[in-house]
Ligand binder design. Structure first.
Ligand SMILES: *Cc1c(COP(=O)(O)O)cnc(C)c1O
Length: 370
């Protein structure tokens, strides 16, 4: 096994392929797979992920912002791309790159029609987003008449899909609420479909919706975190394979006397004789200060080493008193066996946040072998 010489994020495409196949096996054959590659493919590399999934049969991609969609087009992605949360200032650019907007409010609908007409578009495909309980973005059910009224006055746009987003699909305590969201979405789709005279593509499920709510699969599902190897629950995590591995090395080892301190503000004081390792990754790389002071940990030669003191911009220090290791040894921040969900949970956050925080400064390495 080749050992890491600096801080790197490895992107394992065989794991990505495995996760895609697993998630696809959870939905009926007619259900389209939309791969969510926002936030640099959950902190990895959106273009690398999208190119691989385009070959594996992803039917759609989604990003949050127009700039992310433009980058995918420039990387050569031809598959339809949904922009989940575009701003009107970028609608022209969105059309120029044949991206499909999620239109989520009266304001965005009116602005989009204006731009589409200006650009002489005919039946430009849009997705209409309905709020069914997340109360984040989306039209309300009683906006249906407003939508139809504006649609009837223009040839520039066409509703290709209706979508909504589940608020708590990973939370079994909120089952009734989620079933209510699904029902509300069904009713909206029925009402709108009748008025339109055709049925647009319906999509509502994120990863946990795919895994927990078959009744919410509709015509397409949107999977993000699952593709990257996390299922928001141990039983699903076990079936999935983390795509990203964050690795580094021990830069230097120190031996401290009792009472000596470590790092800024002397946040850690050695309770006895302590051995520490300094690792070249810090909050500027995405290891935020919330992982400091024994919340987060890394793995060195198979043993857990807790982060001591405050996380610095470019470094962390960890306690290796009980670990047999030397300078230059490999350090695993997260990988398939010590995964991001475990560290995140121990630090009071979720895998999503840890993964997407890894900054562009960390070198990406694509592992493309079976
Ligand atoms: C991010 C996002 C997703 C993906 O959610 P996962 O839980 O990562 O699968 C799906 N839909 C919308 C609207 C999103 O914003």
């Amino acid at each position: 096994m080749s050992s890491t010489k600096e801080t790197v994020l490895e992107i394992n495409l065989a794991h990505l392929a495995h996760n895609f196949k697993y998630l696809k096996s959870k939905v009926a054959p007619h259900v389209k797979m939309l791969a969510v590659v926002k936030a640099s493919g959950y902190g990895s590399d959106a273009a690398v992920i999208a190119k691989h999934l385009e070959k594996s049969g992803a039917n759609y991609f989604a990003v949050a912002y127009v700039s992310e969609g433009v980058a995918l087009r420039e990387a050569g992605i031809k598959t339809p791309i949904l922009v989940l949360h575009p701003q009107p200032v970028n609608f022209e650019k969105l059309i120029a790159h044949t991206l499909e907007p999620s239109i989520y409010s009266p304001r965005t609908l009116q602005e989009f029609i204006k731009v589409a007409e200006d650009k002489n578009q005919k039946e430009y495909p849009i997705h209409i987003k309905f709020n069914t309980g997340l109360n984040r973005i989306g039209f309300w059910e009683n906006d249906i008449d407003f939508i139809l009224e504006h649609l009837n006055k223009t040839q520039a746009i066409k509703i290709k899909a209706l979508l909504s987003h589940l608020a708590a699909s990973e939370d079994h305590e909120e089952r009734d609420f989620t079933l209510g969201q699904i029902n509300t979405f069904k009713n909206i789709a029925q009402r709108l479909g009748k008025q339109l005279g055709y049925q647009p593509i319906l999509h509502q499920s994120n990863t946990s919706g795919i895994l927990n709510y078959p009744e919410a699969h509709f015509d397409m599902v949107r999977t993000g975190i699952g593709l990257y190897g996390y299922g928001n629950e141990a039983k699903f995590d076990n079936q999935l394979k983390p795509v990203a591995s964050l690795k580094s090395i021990i830069s230097q080892i120190h031996k401290l006397e009792p009472g000596e301190s470590v790092g800024y503000n002397r946040a850690y004081k050695a309770p006895g004789f302590v051995k520490t390792a300094t690792i070249p990754i810090g909050h500027a790389d995405g290891i935020s200060r919330q992982y400091g002071n024994q919340k987060g940990f890394v793995t060195i030669n198979g043993e857990k080493a807790y982060i001591i003191g405050n996380v610095c911009m470019d470094m962390i220090m960890v306690d290796i008193t009980a670990i047999d290791c030397k300078e230059g040894d490999e350090v695993i921040i997260f990988d398939a066996s010590s995964n991001a969900a475990q560290i995140a949970e121990h630090s009071g956050t979720i895998s999503y946040e840890l993964l997407t925080a890894i900054s562009p400064r960390v070198k990406r390495i694509v592992i493309d072998k079976m």
